[in-house]
Design a protein. Structure first.
Length: 234
């Protein structure tokens, strides 16, 4: 019983670490200002418009994705999906904290008096760091196989309901939320804000970088479950 409790504690630790690293990646992406990842694009744009609410708060508000899951599933809705609210609340608070750290320690490219090409290079560097962090965060976040964030949860529900491959649904979902964020951005700012070339780069880049982390998976599972469990799984 004690071993099970320790194992669960390790899984929760890895899970929370993954959420925090992803939030840090989101903050780097926001500072780069080359476009936010699709799933976070609407909360980001809304936080830039309604500044009284932080981006983390908007992420928590978009727990409404859980309600959409309920509408789609109807009587088949599993009560455990409500726990996604805890997950997204934690991620929202992490995002606000890492945004605070970014404002405190990261030089803002918009305030730099360097040549435009150099400033853009700094933005690209932040974007690259963002992708590295988000990919690493995804690795840790997925490893314990616990609760999905609501955005991923709704993709899984739609894929199951339509009997379509998850990657296809993810692509459609990402395009849909990106277009919504773009429409809001153009309506308010009269320019691309929150959806730019970085959104496209991250959409492809994060997956590629995540593949490079594959060799780390055994070590993560060994930390959570021990050597014997890992060998059994293999």
């Amino acid at each position: 019983m004690k071993e099970k409790s320790i194992e669960m504690a390790k899984c929760v630790l890895v899970y929370c670490l993954g959420l925090f690293i992803m939030a840090l990646g989101v903050s780097f992406s926001g500072t780069a200002d080359l476009g936010m990842s699709p799933v976070n694009s609407i909360p980001y744009v809304l936080s830039e418009i309604f500044t009284s609410l932080s981006m983390g708060t908007w992420i928590i508000i978009f727990s409404l994705y859980i309600l959409i899951q309920f509408v789609i599933l109807g009587r088949d809705f599993q009560p455990w999906r409500i726990l996604q609210l805890i997950c997204t609340t934690l991620f929202g608070y992490f995002t606000d904290f890492t945004n605070f750290l970014a404002d405190l320690f990261l030089p803002d490219p918009a305030q730099m008096t360097l040549a435009p090409a150099v400033v853009y290079g700094v933005r690209l560097l932040y974007l690259f760091i963002s992708m590295v962090l988000i990919a690493l965060g995804i690795l840790f976040y997925l490893a314990p196989n616990l609760i999905s964030l609501p955005g991923e949860g709704i993709m899984q529900v739609i894929a199951h309901k339509l009997n379509k491959p998850l990657p296809v649904i993810k692509m459609c979902f990402d395009c849909t939320v990106s277009l919504i964020a773009l429409a809001i951005s153009l309506a308010y700012f009269r320019q691309f804000h929150g959806i730019r070339e970085g959104t496209v780069i991250a959409a492809f880049g994060v997956g590629k970088i995540l593949g490079l982390y594959e060799p780390l998976k055994p070590a993560v599972h060994r930390f959570m479950h021990g050597l014997e469990r890992e060998e059994t799984a293999l």
